[in-house]
Design a protein around this ligand. Structure first.
Ligand SMILES: *Cc1c(COP(=O)(O)O)cnc(C)c1O
Length: 490
């Protein structure tokens, strides 16, 4: 299978690339993205075949249907990382919360957030491609909290790959910061900068575009790459758990094979939701995909009104910070699938030039046939966290809680819903403690202890250990010094 481009082709890039090429250089012609030439059609026979499969068996067969240029043995090694999740026989438990409402828990990996679902196997795949080509890669990452820990964890001690991870000092939770600065491996460098997430992101973009930096890297025999969520190497691993979650409902006799369900996805950069969309196109019975947002509700407005409008919009900080995003990159792949390359290129150019694009009413109807959406404020989210805990005995994090609102407002209660839970309570504990008891904790450790007591849940060892681990990464610098610091590390 080859990969084609969402905005058509210019003369600099080949018209089609392999999976490996799309991974190493994820930006396509005119700033577009790579997408599979065709989506494999798995249909109901595939679902029937995997009714009783393990996660890994299902994953292997689904990945093989894409016919990618990665050895079966590498895929096996990548998928074996799911054995390190809490329950090796089922890395993604699906839990009934109440009638017709199920939560698919995507956070049982090493860093307790859903980024592990894709980044864990992606680390093996990327390192293997680098080794096959006998090339060395520097992965640059800027993080507001969840991607950094997951990227460091997956590339730790892997051959032919180094990671430099930038985070805003003071701009992440204690747990997220400790997950990064306690990572100790010779191929990892974590850099705190004085500034906010945007400063880290801007510095990263400047480095990615800098010829001088590329030249300095060349002298060190190193190429640049990125592990951000537009990389198809991550997306492909995000199709699997949607199919798995559906089959879990069949196994639990909650639905019969073929019955349609809602997929309700707390969304930021739209990778998770895109995985669900592809699963649907490949044959999963879906009623609709419901997109849940926080106060940064640009996706709600797009799906309800057909307008992607960033004029007068600024990112606001919320209680669900992993969704504080206005340019939701993976939406482009849905536009391409629905409207084709010419229209996608025109829309994306409008967004870049005028900070706005508008769909025609026909186009909006097509989009709404697949998606619905709502957004949830931080206060509403806290109310849902408390209510769901008190009434249903289920504790959810602030990202997952945004789905409760859209579940109530946008779904037909006769049809079963799968809500995707993207983080464990341990990652955003001050907000959750505040929701449950009203207390205001400035330190995660206090909030963790209090939730653990109120909810009678143990603090998982990989979180507990963070507070006594040695700090291995001590760089906290001005943003002007980043380049120098990275070159010193290399
Ligand atoms: C990254 C993240 C999201 C958003 O996922 P996208 O695939 O970018 O839409 C939601 N919740 C948490 C906790 C995350 O870390």
């Amino acid at each position: 299978m080859k990969f084609i481009q969402t905005r058509g082709i210019d003369t600099n890039k080949p018209a089609k690339v392999t999976f490996s090429e799309a991974i190493l250089d994820p930006i396509a012609s005119f700033g577009g993205l790579y997408v599979p030439e065709v989506l494999p059609q798995l249909g109901s026979a595939f679902l029937e075949k995997h009714k009783n499969s393990s996660y890994k068996e299902l994953a292997k067969d689904m990945l093989e249907s894409f016919e990618i240029d990665i050895d079966g043995s590498v895929i096996d090694e990548a998928l074996n990382l799911y054995d390190k999740f809490d329950d090796p026989s089922n890395p993604v438990p699906v839990v009934k919360v109440k009638d017709n409402l199920y939560v698919s828990e995507l956070y049982h990996g090493p860093t307790r957030a859903f980024k592990d679902m894709a980044l864990q196997p992606f680390g093996v795949v990327l390192s293997s491609i680098a080794q096959t080509r006998n090339e060395n890669y520097l992965i640059l990452a800027a993080t507001s909290g969840d991607t950094g820990p997951a990227a460091l964890e997956t590339f730790k001690n892997r051959a032919n790959v180094k990671v430099a991870c930038l985070y805003p000092d003071g701009g992440t939770s204690d747990v997220q910061r400790l997950q990064m600065v306690t990572e100790d491996a010779p191929n990892l460098k974590v850099i705190g900068i004085h500034g906010v997430f945007d400063d880290a992101q801007t510095a990263l973009k400047r480095l990615l575009a800098s010829e001088a930096f590329k030249k300095a890297l060349q002298e060190k025999d190193t190429k640049l790459s990125a592990a951000n969520s537009v990389n198809f190497g991550r997306i492909i691993f995000q199709i699997i758990y949607h199919i798995h979650s559906y089959l879990e409902l069949v196994r639990q006799n909650a639905i019969t094979m073929g019955e349609k369900v809602y997929l309700n996805v707390p969304s930021g950069n739209f990778g998770n939701a895109l995985g669900g969309y592809y699963a649907w196109k490949m044959g999963l019975p879906v009623e609709k995909i419901i997109i849940s947002s926080n106060e940064n509700n640009v996706l709600t407005r797009l799906i309800r009104d057909g307008k992607y409008d960033l004029r007068n919009s600024e990112v606001v900080s919320t209680t669900s910070p992993a969704m504080d995003i206005l340019k939701s990159s993976n939406v482009e792949r849905v536009l391409f699938d629905l409207f084709g390359e010419q229209r996608t290129r025109a829309l994306m150019e409008d967004l870049e030039k005028h900070h706005c694009y508008e769909l025609t009413s026909d186009e909006l109807a097509k989009l709404q046939a697949c998606f619905d959406a709502d957004w949830c404020s931080g206060d509403e989210g806290k109310k849902y966290i408390k209510e769901t805990f008190e009434n249903d005995g289920y504790l959810m994090d602030p990202h997952t809680a945004t789905c409760m609102k859209s579940y109530e407002t946008r779904s037909n209660p006769e049809i079963k819903s799968i809500i995707y839970s993207t983080a464990e309570w341990t990652k955003f504990s001050p907000v959750i403690a505040n929701a449950l008891t009203g207390e205001v904790d400035t330190h995660d450790i206090d909030a963790l202890k209090s939730i653990s007591k109120v909810a009678n849940l143990p603090i998982p060892p990989m979180i507990q250990e963070l507070f006594s681990k040695e700090i291995a990464q001590k760089s906290i610098i001005e943003k002007e010094k980043i380049e120098e610091e990275i070159l010193k590390f290399l």
